[in-house]
Ligand binder design. Structure first.
Ligand code: TRP
Length: 374
């Protein structure tokens, strides 16, 4: 039975068929051959590549070839500050940190307070700006290098960004924006222009350095429509086409479909601001279980880790392959019960978040070192 799904930068609904999505979007699956090439440069592969959490790309092969020839590239990713950061947001950032380390690449990080002001009816400009700086602490807490990491909040870097964005906007028609982003006649005109702001940082490293520097964007695949626009206009403006590496979505706690989204309610997400008790309560109460209804049946037939959200989350969070495999096997055989599996995830999250909270506190003093302003 074919189920419908929708993936746009503002909405992910239904059970995503990633193979179909790759065809729809016109991206490429990361082949084993390409994985081997990455491994040649990085040594051990990041678990998110080994597990195909990052599974799709645009021009990563070209970027690597250039890298082999001694050309530098820059990383670019970002965050839309519509609320507190949740675990789903951290997934691509954790991977980005690894890319920064192994390729010694600078990171440009866009915080789109303007976007969230424009598209969220209930958020004020002041609120999205404040959330932007609060969210920046979550990024810094992951250990990014202040010498190589440049964070900018759009409305406080608008002079630079606007000057790039108008060059992009001039080359994109309303009918193009409608078909790529699904805008309608009811969409406000700010949003019609806005994609040019998210495309602008693709060229920022080139503009700031005066050299042609290709960008690589690690991000969830729902952001890809922007890169289509950026890549279309790149040659017209004389910049290298941006490359991208896409990840799948951390599933919502409540069920195996769509991406974790704050708009679906508190119970589908774990925020970095959730305390230990809240984490435990949410996982125990809401994490969709692949276990059997009775203890007897579970012991006899085992659970299904492939649909169990606690297991799926551990796939995104537990670095150790051996530990993960043991959990998979024990759950499938019935040795591990649903409640026990949930407790493993609770411990993993709470250990991580304890350290994260401390790092976030320290990040407050470091913030200035990271911020780009006009
Ligand atoms: N639009 C993104 C969001 O709502 C934020 C963003 C801006 C972004 N630039 C980016 C995300 C580059 C990934 C990569 O979250």
């Amino acid at each position: 039975m074919a189920k419908d799904f929708i993936v746009t930068p503002w909405e992910v609904k239904g059970e995503v068929d990633y193979d179909k999505l790759v065809k729809q979007f016109g991206t490429s699956i990361i082949s084993d051959n390409l994985i081997n090439k990455i491994e040649k440069h990085t040594g051990k592969l990041h678990y998110m590549l080994r597990r195909k959490i990052f599974f799709s790309h645009r021009d990563l092969d070209i970027l690597l070839k250039e890298y082999e020839q001694g050309k530098k590239f820059a990383l670019y990713t970002g965050r839309g500050p519509s609320g507190h950061t949740h675990i789903g947001h951290l997934i691509p950032w954790i991977f980005t940190k690894w890319l920064q380390d192994v390729f010694d690449a600078p990171l440009y990080f866009q915080i789109t307070d303007d976007e969230k002001f424009l598209c969220k009816p209930n958020l004020s400009k002041e609120e999205t700006n404040k959330l932007g700086y609060e969210n920046a602490l979550d990024l810094i807490a992951l250990g990014f290098d202040p010498k190589k990491t440049f964070i900018f909040v759009d409305t406080d870097y608008s002079k630079t960004l606007y000057n790039v964005a108008i060059q992009i906007a001039k080359k994109v028609t309303a009918s193009n924006a409608k078909s790529v982003f699904g805008f309608t006649n009811e969409t406000n005109i700010g949003m019609y222009f806005w994609p040019a702001m998210q495309a602008a940082p693709c060229f920022l490293p080139s503009i700031l350095s005066g050299e042609k520097i290709r960008t690589l964007i690690p991000a969830a695949i729902d952001q890809d429509p922007y890169w289509r626009i950026a890549r279309d206009v790149a040659p017209k403006l004389g910049y290298p086409k941006t490359a991208a590496i896409h990840c799948s979505f951390l599933p919502a706690l409540t069920g195996p479909s769509g991406k974790m989204s704050t708009s679906e309610g508190e119970q589908s997400t774990i925020f970095t601001t959730d305390d230990e008790k809240t984490v435990k309560n949410k996982i125990m109460k809401y994490a969709f279980s692949g276990g059997k209804d009775t203890l007897e049946e579970h012991r006899k037939h085992g659970g299904n880790p492939d649909i169990d959200i606690s297991y799926q989350w551990l796939r995104f969070l537990e670095e150790d392959d051996k530990k993960l495999k043991k959990i998979y096997d024990d759950y499938s055989s019935g040795k591990l019960l649903s409640g026990e599996l949930k407790q493993i995830l609770v411990n993993k999250l709470n250990n991580f978040l304890k350290k994260h909270r401390e790092n976030k506190e320290k990040a407050k003093k470091q913030l200035d070192k990271f911020i780009l302003k006009d």
